[in-house]
Design a protein around this ligand. Structure first.
Ligand code: COA
Length: 161
């Protein structure tokens, strides 16, 4: 069984992340999505909220599990018995950061490799922070996230105002 993990902040999950997931599930038999901590980010949604949102958005995709993990991505991979980390590459600007992270993860655990998927063109300029910013200024994000995420985001941002 080819098992992979898809780690990220997912604050919130977007059509771009779902695009990567749908491509990856054609290659792997099972994918564990991990909401993990990026020490440089202070997320809008807490980890439990992000897990719940991802679960709702992936409920129709078979062979996917979602959980949060406090620790190193390679430790999560070991915990669930996966040897592949999935990441998305949107543009050249992602490359350096992703390259560094992939090599560091391999240094931490030589049995773990990172596999990159490219999203479709319409999702290459998407990012969760842009989505959050558009909602803050009452813009329309309907074509970038599922309806469920859009409603959660609008409610969250209004309640924080
Ligand atoms: N489509 C659209 N947007 C995408 C995307 C895609 N396919 N893939 C990534 N993005 C965007 C996200 O929306 C996000 O945007 P933002 O920064 O504006 O919010 C950004 O790209 C990256 O976010 P995401 O993939 O959700 O998570 P991340 O890059 O913050 O994840 C971790 C980094 C969490 C995986 C990393 O910090 C980590 O591994 N942490 C655990 C600790 C650890 O193991 N550290 C050692 C690492 S070497």
């Amino acid at each position: 069984m080819k098992k992979a993990i898809y780690p990220g902040t997912f604050d919130p999950i977007t059509n771009g992340h779902l695009d990567i997931l749908e491509r990856a599930i054609k290659v792997f038999d099972f994918i564990d999505i991990a909401v993990v901590k990026n020490v440089n980010k202070d997320p809008l949604f807490n980890a439990e909220e992000r897990v719940e949102i991802i679960r709702e958005c992936t409920k129709d995709i078979l062979n996917v599990k979602v959980e949060k993990f406090d620790g190193l991505v390679v430790d999560f991979a070991q915990k669930v018995g996966a040897s592949v980390i999935i990441r998305g590459l949107r543009a050249l600007s992602d490359f350096e950061y992703e390259f560094q992270m992939a090599l560091m993860n391999r240094h931490l655990d030589n049995d773990v490799d990172t596999v990159f998927f490219m999203p479709s063109e319409e999702n290459t300029y998407l990012s969760s922070s842009m989505i959050r910013e558009i909602v803050k200024f009452d813009g329309d994000i309907s074509c970038f996230v599922p309806e469920y995420v859009k409603n959660k985001l609008i409610r969250k941002i209004r309640s924080n105002k």
